[in-house]
Write a protein that binds this ligand. Structure first.
Ligand SMILES: [Zn+2]
Length: 305
């Protein structure tokens, strides 16, 4: 009897483990790129009023095999957790159900809606993954502990551990030693300056320019022939230092993308949202997009040349 009860319990646990998760996907082709680096600028909006804080060097970098788009909108509401969650899980905020406080204090354990890191780890365990963040709730509450991700830093209830300059230094050092398949980087000085001095203020614009210098330092460690470079922003903000609403300056976001063989015209007529980043990353790595994701990769974005 006791043996039967144990067996039944074991079977139930096994069944739960099988049914309480997403339908796994496969790696179906060779990756288009050996490495992907995604840098997120918190509060960078559309950098800032339609790209007027974009530096010549940053613009030059993305004018080869790439483009910078300023006309897209973030997910609603224009808040960090909801948008970084959308970027990293391929989901709308309604489905992901995260907020800034939750991700600072609760680990992410929803196996129906795993992060892009978990999906990659399950489909291609040999791909190496890393996330280096100024705003630590992304690492603590959006990326699973089971996803095989090197996290710097991963601390509960700490919103800040580094300045953006320190993040840059950590990234340069880590990339030099490890060159991960996928690296996500989060910078936060721009949002902090937007809150304290106003979004679009001279100080905010200066912080945006400084971020671009730091990003180009990080990119310098990569081979442009074999790397997909992406820079995104999660939301903008108002002149009096607020965001969360649905006004244009709060909702506008930037997508900068560069990679050899990229077919930029694939974005023609494509209404890009943060939820599309995870499918874009998966497609670039030759991995199927799981059915639970709301986002899409623009058709024909990647080509082999
Ligand atoms: Zn903010």
């Amino acid at each position: 009897m006791r043996k039967t009860a144990l067996l039944v319990t074991a079977l139930i646990i096994l069944l739960l483990a099988i049914t309480c998760s997403y339908d796994p996907v496969r790696k179906v082709r060779d990756p288009y790129f050996q490495n992907i680096i995604v840098v997120g600028i918190d509060g960078g909006g559309s950098l800032f009023d339609n790209g007027d804080a974009v530096t010549d060097e940053f613009n030059d970098f993305f004018s080869t095999n790439g483009n910078i788009f300023y006309n897209y909108k973030c997910e609603t509401p224009s808040i960090s957790a909801q948008n970084w969650g959308a970027y990293l899980h391929g989901l709308t905020p309604e489905k992901l159900e995260v907020n800034n406080l939750k991700i600072a204090s609760v680990r992410f354990t929803d196996t129906f809606h795993p992060s892009v890191f978990q999906v990659i780890h399950d489909a291609a365990p040999d791909f190496t993954l890393a996330s280096i963040c100024h705003w630590t709730p992304i690492n603590y509450g959006l990326i699973e502990t089971s996803a095989g991700v090197y996290k710097d830093n991963d601390i509960r209830f700490r919103f800040e551990t580094y300045t953006d300059h320190e993040v840059r230094d950590h990234v340069v050092e880590y990339v030099d030693a490890n060159m991960p398949t996928l690296l996500f980087v989060h910078l936060d000085d721009v949002d902090e300056t937007g809150h304290s001095k106003g979004y679009g203020s001279p100080e905010h614009l200066e912080a945006i320019r400084m971020n671009q210098d730091l990003i180009l330092d990080m990119f310098a460690g990569y081979d442009p022939d074999t790397t997909l470079f992406i820079v995104v922003t999660d939301h903008g903000g108002t002149p009096d230092g607020e965001h969360g609403g649905d006004t244009e300056p709060e909702m506008r976001i930037t997508l900068a993308i560069r990679g050899k063989g990229l077919n930029i015209s694939a974005f023609d007529g494509f209404e890009y949202h943060p939820r599309d980043l995870a499918p874009i990353i998966l497609t670039a790595l030759g991995i199927e997009v799981p059915s639970y994701m709301d986002g899409h990769c623009p058709e024909g974005l990647f080509t082999t040349i």
